[in-house]
Design a protein around this ligand. Sequence first.
Ligand code: ATP
Ligand code: MG
Length: 392
Amino acid sequence: MEKIAIIHYHEIALKGKNRDFFEFALIKNLKKSLTEKNYEKIERLYGRVVVFLKDGFAKDEVSERIKNVFGVANFSFGYFGSLNLKELADQIFDHLPNKNPVSFRVTAKRSDKSYPKNSQQISAELGSFLIEKFEKKTKVDLKNPELNCFVEILSKETIFYFHKQKAYGGLPVGTSGKVVSLLSSGFDSPVASWKMMRRGAKVVFVHFHSYPYTKKTSYENVKKITSELNKYQFESKVYFVPFSEIQKEISTKCDSSQRVILYRRFMMRIAEKIAQDERAKALVAGDSLAQVASQTLDNIFVISEAVKIPILRPLIGENKEDIIELSKKIGTYEFSSQPYEDCCSLFLPKFPETHANLAKIVEMEKKLDILSMVSGAINKMEIWEIKNSVNC
Ligand code: ATP
Ligand code: MG
């Protein structure tokens, strides 16, 4: 029998006519995530995707890589072949993870409705073959079995497996369009970006830095964070935008308490320009309501007003502990907890505004040449790209 990984998905199946589009995207992403040394081919078979694995495939690595492909609801390692039910029972018995379970059941499903037996009949028949093989030492328990033998009957072929592993679900990256995410070196924005990817968005990153006025640590951390996040989207691009000229201009001409709001408005304007070039339809930021001074509703209102493009804030209703918990799960915690000098720590006011006033900010911005400040930064930005890493 051939060794396989069988991939199940929920939401994709719900998408009606778009089903082909979603399944192709899922397969394309699985191919990008899995290295060729581990698999022969990946095929669509009756509402599931089957990865045919090579002999000696690296199970832990394959498992990790499949889990990171959004759209996968759960998956299992199992076996595939053309067998009748008696032969199938023999094969199941030969491949049991435990030869002496206290109890077992067979959970069969047929995808080919022209198959002469229904799911219950298949389960019952396989069950009785197996009882014989267990020499009646193992009893059937439909409710809470120690061993569950999952069987799927396709057209001529059958699949069986014993464990289901949960993945992240969501939608394949690339199926929901593109967004530009403002990525700092902190905890929140990497998690916000990951959540957008899980909903099928391709994420392009932009990071603002004040190098050489601050150390290069945020720059280096952002590269490491992006490499972690790249495990979920397989190709990533970061725009590194020098921000110190803008900060200097703002701090010499504007009221110090308003600096952070003004910085953020410029970040949004630059990110909007990048989004236009990238044909991205939204920006993403890691704000969570009232978490810090810049994230009060008044400030969010004034910051958002600087641009027309929608700003998505997937963490707006999350608590910090939950965000940190998730950053540990997705792999960005280690890099987000590194000390870094944020560009906003440069010229930081003692008493930042928590209730920004739009009219006041617009008045203050009249002292600034917004267009040339934005284009000055854009002309000096650098692009860094990364493709899927070979090792997990
Ligand atoms: P994070 O943990 O993402 O740094 P934070 O809680 O520190 O967020 P702020 O510093 O107020 O919050 O930043 C709010 C959002 O603005 C960030 O989540 C991020 O999307 C964006 N942002 C802040 N600083 C930068 C930066 N240097 N480059 C790119 N985006 C930034
Ligand atoms: Mg921050």
